[in-house]
Design a protein around this ligand. Structure first.
Ligand SMILES: NC(=O)c1ccc[n+]([C@@H]2O[C@H](COP(=O)([O-])OP(=O)(O)OC[C@H]3O[C@@H](n4cnc5c(N)ncnc54)[C@H](OP(=O)(O)O)[C@@H]3O)[C@@H](O)[C@H]2O)c1
Length: 284
């Protein structure tokens, strides 16, 4: 199989025809336990997804222009956020592994991908108001080794001059390490977080037509709160949740969605990937 699982195509193929929107299509996706935890005690990263649903997630990554996470996840997990193991040549002698653990072999096609990789590599986008990003992280290493795209850091430039000096130093360090710093203009002092509508408008202007939001807890909550029933102001199109058959326990990290999105999102389909149940919801 060299095309995405039918489960994903049925949910995401409509993204191929963007119809004059001012923001990207947004897929909110994450893995959780049966007791709705996305990480262990103290934020300990848990590999909740089994191999089959992990491969499904990597397929999903190839279907989006960008992957967005919060700085909490970037610092805690040091993720790679690429469509991994996509260079079939590296694995051509490992066919048995390819079928189980990786995306299937495919020749690189620069005319489709704009780069010399077999699959689309999504752009890592990090919500990082104060530029706390680590200049030695895997995302920057992957970028310099041509295994991932240049990460974009969405941030806010402080107005206070003493804060600004420190911020400029961090900005220079991160830019030298390969990151693109994207400051947003908004009223920094009145908002706890970067405003999601402005984040989406900004990345859309920079060419991101579809984005997969992968977490963590605070970012999931922020985006779930942006799903509003049948409203033009709703900012999430699809939600794809992998449910792993384990309990984490009360010390685990929850995203506490509250009652916000429950009536807005409609069930589209549910599929089994290995032992995991993957539920797809959409905003009609
Ligand atoms: N199971 C899964 O699928 C999955 C996926 C990803 C992560 N995780 C887990 O999630 C945990 C991390 O979650 P987290 O809540 O600590 O961090 P997070 O959601 O990744 O990042 C939160 C931070 O992002 C920044 N931010 C800026 N604008 C925001 C906005 N509009 N909404 C929300 N955040 C915004 C804030 O920091 P500043 O104010 O400094 O900008 C905020 O503290 C880790 O344990 C990780 O393993 C699980």
């Amino acid at each position: 199989m060299t095309s995405p699982p039918a489960f994903l195509s049925s949910l995401l193929d409509r993204y191929k025809s963007p119809a004059g929107q001012s923001r990207p299509f947004v897929t909110l996706t994450f893995a959780q336990s049966l007791d709705a935890k996305i990480a262990g005690r103290g934020g300990k990263q848990l590999i909740l997804s089994g191999r089959e649903s992990m491969v499904m997630t990597h397929w999903m990554r190839t279907m989006h222009d960008g992957i967005l996470i919060g700085i909490g996840t970037a610092l805690n997990d040091d993720p790679q956020l690429n469509s991994r193991f996509s260079n079939a040549r590296e694995f051509s002698n490992l066919t048995f592994l390819v079928s189980a653990r990786y995306l299937p072999p495919r020749d690189p096609d620069p005319s489709v991908n704009g780069h010399n990789h077999s699959y689309n590599l999504p752009r890592p986008i990090i919500l990082d108001t104060k530029l706390r990003f680590d200049p030695h992280c895997k995302l920057l290493k992957n970028y310099t080794e041509d295994k991932g795209r240049r990460p974009w850091l969405i941030c806010a430039e402080p107005s206070e001059s003493n804060e600004k000096k420190e911020w400029m130093i961090r900005r220079n360090t991160l830019e030298k390490a390969g990151a693109r710093v994207v400051p947003l203009e908004y009223d920094y002092d009145t908002q706890e977080y970067l405003p999601i509508p402005l984040v989406l408008q900004t990345i859309h202007r920079l060419g991101i037509l579809s984005v997969m939001v992968e977490g963590g807890a605070q970012v999931i909550r922020s985006f779930l709160l942006q799903t509003v029933a049948q409203s033009a102001s709703s900012l999430v199109d699809t939600v794809i949740i992998t449910v792993a058959p384990i309990f984490v326990g009360e010390d685990g990290v929850s995203y506490n969605a509250g009652s916000g999105p429950s009536s807005a999102l409609k069930h589209a389909s549910t599929a089994m990937f290995g032992q995991d149940t993957v539920v797809g919801l959409f905003l009609p």
